[in-house]
Write a protein that binds this ligand. Structure first.
Ligand code: SF4
Ligand code: SF4
Length: 350
């Protein structure tokens, strides 16, 4: 019998539980933090989120990243993680060259700024094998980036999570203000106990648009950021990856040993986003609300979804490039936010 995936939805869903946040990050790319018409609508109830989780598991989504805003500000965040941990998802994967389908507990991730973590929450994450990602946008510039002075608090949670054997990621957005302290920031996180790195280059969007001139990295800074992070990863014997894709031609001459850098946009193919009110977006950087998740079947014919799922967005300047099969010309949503269409050049190339 030929195995078929239960739906066309990508295997990973990013669940933005809430618009609320207690930090005021100047690099925040949440579209509701920009004054560009993306309203905060009513958030889904606990029951609605539970139903979404059940449905997505049946549709073959097997990995969920709980985020926000700040996910832990939703009073039911832990209850929803607990609910998800008791579900099984229909997972289709290739094992030894064969397509295999089985029911498995979904992989669960909690992304947080760390401000409201407690020992009890860590105990729960450890018991449920939920992976933890904490944001650390600099040490000395932490306050400048977030509005609060508690980088030490984040570092201590990495230590406490390590004691409980929780898989952790330090999530660091690199800007022109914190790039000089990147070696110190990453070293401090790894010394404190962080397991791996998820690094993002600052992309224009959300509240970050107001601070773009101060924060945006130029091409040389982006290349420097990649080599610096790779160097620290080698020394710390850790792995890491860049969460925001890079034009492949900007990597020429760089030899990265431990840092994985994506050059293909995975929006609507590797993952998708369910926002606080239940509307799907192709990526967390996207300003475009598509169908409600309860109407997921019609995503298949939604023109915006199709642009991403069928990769119809390569910039004109890239169409004669011999490497276009390995590259999507950088971040397609940053191009859209900054230059008004998904097939504009990545802002780094302008
Ligand atoms: S497709 Fe565009 S961005 Fe990618 S390597 Fe070619 S020219 Fe560079
Ligand atoms: S739009 Fe694509 S390239 Fe940009 S951050 Fe999202 S997944 Fe990455």
């Amino acid at each position: 019998m030929r195995l078929r995936s239960p739906s066309f939805l990508p295997p990973t869903a990013v669940l933005e539980l809430t618009y609320m946040c207690n930090h005021h990050c100047i690099f925040c790319s949440c579209p509701w933090e920009a004054d560009r018409g993306f309203e905060k609508m009513e958030e889904m109830s606990t029951e609605q989120w539970q139903s979404v989780l059940e449905d997505l598991c049946e549709l073959g989504v097997s990995s969920f990243a709980f985020t926000g805003g700040e996910a832990l500000l939703r009073e039911d965040c832990i209850a929803l993680l607990d609910f998800a941990s008791k579900l099984t998802a229909l997972k289709t994967e290739t094992v030894n060259g064969k397509l295999v389908q089985e029911r498995k507990t979904p992989e669960l991730y909690l992304l947080t700024n760390g401000s409201t973590l407690t020992d009890e929450i860590l105990d729960f994450l450890a018991a449920k094998d939920i992976k933890l990602s904490i944001s650390l946008p600099g040490l000395y510039t932490f306050e400048k980036h977030t509005g609060f002075d508690h980088a030490d608090n984040v570092l201590q949670w990495f230590g406490k999570a390590k004691e409980r054997d929780i898989s952790t990621t330090v999530n660091s957005t690199v800007t022109a203000l914190n790039i000089n302290e990147l070696p110190k920031t990453l070293s401090a996180a790894f010394l404190a106990g962080a397991g791996q790195l998820l690094m993002n280059r600052f992309l224009p969007g959300g509240r970050g648009l107001l601070y773009e001139d101060e924060l945006v990295l130029n091409l040389e800074q982006v290349r420097g950021m990649l080599s610096t992070a790779d160097d620290i990863l080698v020394r710390a014997n850790r792995t890491g990856h860049l969460g925001t894709e890079i034009p492949l031609c900007l990597l020429d001459g760089l030899e990265l040993k431990k840092l994985q850098v994506g050059t293909r946009c995975s929006a609507a193919r590797g993952f998708f986003v369910v926002g606080p009110s239940g509307y799907v977006r192709v990526c967390n950087h996207s300003e475009h609300r598509l169908n409600h998740i309860t109407d997921w079947k019609n995503l298949k014919t939604n023109p915006y979804w199709k642009t991403f799922s069928m990769k119809k967005y390569l910039p004109a300047s890239c169409r004669s490039c011999s490497r276009m099969t390995d590259c999507d010309g950088g971040c397609r949503e940053a191009a859209n936010v900054k230059l008004g269409s998904v097939d504009s050049p990545d802002p780094l190339l302008t």
